[in-house]
Design a protein around this ligand. Structure first.
Ligand code: GFB
Length: 323
């Protein structure tokens, strides 16, 4: 496989970023502005409810964006997913069908839909290749989210096959960075640990509780680096198969906790709570295809952690987010 040629997004093109107030959508907007794309169509979830089919179709018909990044989703960590499967299922299914079919009807020239590595089989061979999708049973803690995201991913392939629409899908890994959710229960592990260690440092707490055994392995990707890769895919990749996009590097939750403690400057004990679920034992993505095609990540976990902690502190100081 050789590096793919670039077909640049015209700088004046009208681009819809669905979910721009979320962590991923926000990073895509930053990246697009950085490369000079300013003709962005952005709607908050209050302005446009993507689960409302009529509203979504009408919006797309009147705006007629040329490019679309579908980063809108109901997301959450292991606990939030397992508590609200109906919501995670129906909302993500509705967003996928409304945005993708609406984009088809409105003649969107190119669309990128985002999946997530947790939609691969729970016990997929590691590192997980694109072709491992739909080859085994899903992880039960996020089955609803996974089924909805698989539907969105496959819809892109079917619209390409039946109508020739240039719709592609990307499979990011566990993401983190500015704009993340730092809620103590509903967030993903990395922001949850930043918050826990930060608060423990301030209060002088002797220990911090980390959920599960500490043994699960995860791959973490800094969201602005992901956005670079998504824009790269938009400009280089067209194909029915989705693309894995990550760092190809993994750490255990115990190692992550140690790294977060070091970044935050917390020196107390780290205690594991095995009564909380571990989730998938391991999910490392095989990124050899996107590497061969010409994209590689640049920001590693340590650097991303420092940037994210700096952002978290800024938000605390501004008092805007109410954490
Ligand atoms: O990030 P996380 O919630 O999601 O949990 P998943 C990852 C691992 O970190 C699990 C452990 O083994 C957790 O038990 N962990 C330790 C913690 N301490 C904490 C904590 O304070 N908070 C959280 N949240 N976890 C998600 C899926 O799975 O992956 C989503 O549920 C999504 O659907 C996301 O796709 C990427 O990596 O297990």
């Amino acid at each position: 496989m050789s590096a793919l040629p670039r077909i640049p997004i015209p700088r004046e093109a009208k681009i819809w970023v669905a979910g721009h107030n979320g962590m991923v959508g926000g990073a895509i907007v930053r990246k697009l502005r950085e490369i000079g794309c300013d003709n962005l169509v952005l709607r908050s979830s209050k302005e446009l409810d993507l689960t409302d089919q009529r509203a979504t179709f009408d919006f797309l018909q009147s705006e007629k964006p040329e490019y679309a990044f579908i980063a809108a989703a109901k997301v959450g960590g292991i606990w939030a997913n397992s508590q609200a499967p109906a919501e995670f299922g129906w909302i993500n299914l509705a967003i996928a069908t409304n945005a993708i079919h609406g984009a088809h009807l409105a003649g969107v020239r190119k669309l990128l839909y985002l999946g997530s590595s947790c939609i691969y089989p729970r016990l997929a061979p590691q590192p997980i290749r694109e072709s491992d999708l739909l080859t085994g049973a899903l992880e039960p803690t996020n089955e609803a989210y996974a089924v909805a995201k698989i539907a969105g991913l496959r819809l892109c392939a079917w619209y390409r096959r039946q109508y020739g629409d240039d719709f592609i899908a990307a499979m990011p890994t566990n993401l983190f960075g500015p704009g993340d959710n730092f809620h103590p229960e509903k967030s993903h592990v990395l922001p949850a640990l930043i918050r826990k260690f930060h608060e423990a440092k301030l209060s002088g707490a002797p220990e911090v509780i980390v959920w599960g055994s500490g043994r699960p392995l995860r791959e973490f990707h800094y969201v602005d680096d992901l956005a670079d890769g998504l824009v790269w895919l938009m400009e280089h990749y067209s194909g029915e198969e989705h693309r894995n996009i990550g760092t190809g590097e993994e750490v255990s939750i115990a190692q992550l906790a140690k790294m977060v403690a070091e970044t935050v400057g917390y020196s107390g004990r780290i205690v594991f709570d095995p009564s909380k679920p571990d989730g998938t034992p391991r999910k490392l993505m095989d990124c050899s295809k996107i590497h061969a095609e010409g994209w590689h990540h640049r920001i590693g976990l340590r650097e991303g952690l420092e940037k994210t902690y700096a952002w978290f502190l800024e938000q605390k100081e501004s008092g805007l987010r109410g954490w």
